[in-house]
Ligand binder design. Sequence first.
Ligand code: CP
Ligand code: NVA
Length: 302
Amino acid sequence: MGSLLSVSDIKDDVRYILDLASKIKAGEIEDKPLEGKTLAMIFEKSSTRTRISFDVGMYQLGGRAIFLSSNDLQMGRGEPIYDTAKVLSRFVDGIMIRAKKHSDVEELARHSEVPVISGLTDLEHPCQSLADMLTIKEHLGGWEGKKICFVGDGNNVCNSLLLISPLLGMDMSVACPKGYEPDEDILKTAKEYAEENNTEITITDDIGVALENVDVVYTDVWVSMGDEEEAAQREIDFAPFQVNADLMSLANDGAIFMHCLPAIRGQEVTADVIDGDQSVIFDEAENRMHAQKAILYYYLKS
Ligand code: CP
Ligand code: NVA
């Protein structure tokens, strides 16, 4: 069955998983499909949405989740990832992990005998992007021919959106300062997906160009977990990229505003935008659970 470390891992099944998420949200699946199943959840970084939505999601599907802070695991004292993968595989049916280094999650998945699901690394946030696409479908009626603009840091959230958007027929632009572009390898793959699906990807530091014909304006924090030492410089570099009413006015009428959360009002987004009529942030947060229930069903159901 494999693991979910990148959107690329579900390239051919993205639509299937999102359809499943809509069905699950509508209550159209059997009762307790994951009865008797256990998910281990390892966290090396803080989390509100990911932790709670996976935990509640497993419970609602009839299974259970175990929260494991990496500090409390022997892994936090240096037990090899290899041994951790082998041992957890004897106990649980799946492993969800939020880690600092993407390469550590790749190593865990390589040695695990049960599916590994990434709940964010420094490179990607695939579960978030699935919830985002479910939200876009609900608010805009579909994906085909729509355009999403990510404003700000070409980070993990941006990378996963770059991969998933073309797979669903969406154009994507990224408005970022020079030096904060998305990951090069991800961009190369995303452009291949865009070519296969006749969609466009634009990376630019020109906000006017990026916001042309845009249906979804998306942003994320300027200082991600792990980037704290660069905070002062980032606040200077990203200041012109704040999502405010002026920037929103460049998008299409009826455009929606999205943010993975947590957000800092007055930094990457002004309060009038994130708390305004165009914002769908709490539907988006709720959809983390529906999308992840589909992921859990897809990976853990026998
Ligand atoms: N969006 C998101 O992943 O939120 P948490 O960090 O709270 O899990
Ligand atoms: N880019 C942010 C996302 C948090 C959900 C971070 O990595 O901290």
